[in-house]
Design a protein around this ligand. Sequence first.
Ligand code: CP
Length: 314
Amino acid sequence: MPWFRKDLISTEELSPEEIQTVFKTTAAFKKILNRKTAKTPSLRGKTVVNLFFENSTRTRVAFEMAATKLSADVMSLDMKTSSTSKGETLRDTVENIHALAADMIVIRHSAPGSAAYISKVLDIPVLNAGDGAHEHPTQALLDCYTLQEKFGSLKGLKIAILGDILYSRVARSNLWAMIKLGAEVTLVGPATLVPREFEQFGATVSHDLKSALADKDAVMLLRIQHERQNASAFPSITEYTRMFGLNKTRLSWLKENAVIMHPGPINRGVEIDSELADSPQSVILEQVTNGLATRMACLYLCSGGKAEALTGSQ
Ligand code: CP
């Protein structure tokens, strides 16, 4: 088996086989995490540096925990207090961190293409933890892994992604991954946030919530990304919730045992009724839990680890 790939920048570039390799590795790490000593020596002696130029809770903590569980040394820089505020370029920043003997870099940045750019500059693995509205590959991998765990396969699965699609890196990464795995994806929300252009990527685009939710196996809700919008795409939050917020009535439009997903952070009472976020149909916290093993898998595979080496040792 060849090396998985040096960098993880997008799901657009992954083959269905590579996605399944991530899933197989994730499953192996989930087993390891259930052991009494939930740690492996896979990255012992390596240093993983997390560079988060944008806020994060789940992704940052999951990457830190993942590297720790793999026995790596982990450094997380608060980029708000770094020398980028003194005018240093991103390239100079990462080249200096490389010069300090970092072995892998995890980066979140508001600029689309930033992770791809530094992956070309550096000869060490770079993992994209979210670049602007472009991609968030590990989020999509953990989301699709969660669906595969629930349904056995994504082939033929009918999934609605509801909300701010235009500014969402999660929507883009999930769209690529879900379609590659054989799912049927409908993007739904206000016309200002769900442009018809997405149809060229294989999605169905809808602005009618009832017909879009009908017969779906899963709905993924997205928050409104106010930080990326220059002007409001709808009159008010109250009106958005009235038109597109998931409530009990609208949940009944999906299949009976449909699952509710959300990458977080959730805005209770805006895109989702609070009680639905905590309902038995919600897999929101399972997504978060799967995020740890998924990030372990991605770090391990990009460092040159083989899925077979883990599954063979079970
Ligand atoms: N889903 C996600 O990326 O969450 P954070 O912004 O908290 O990392």
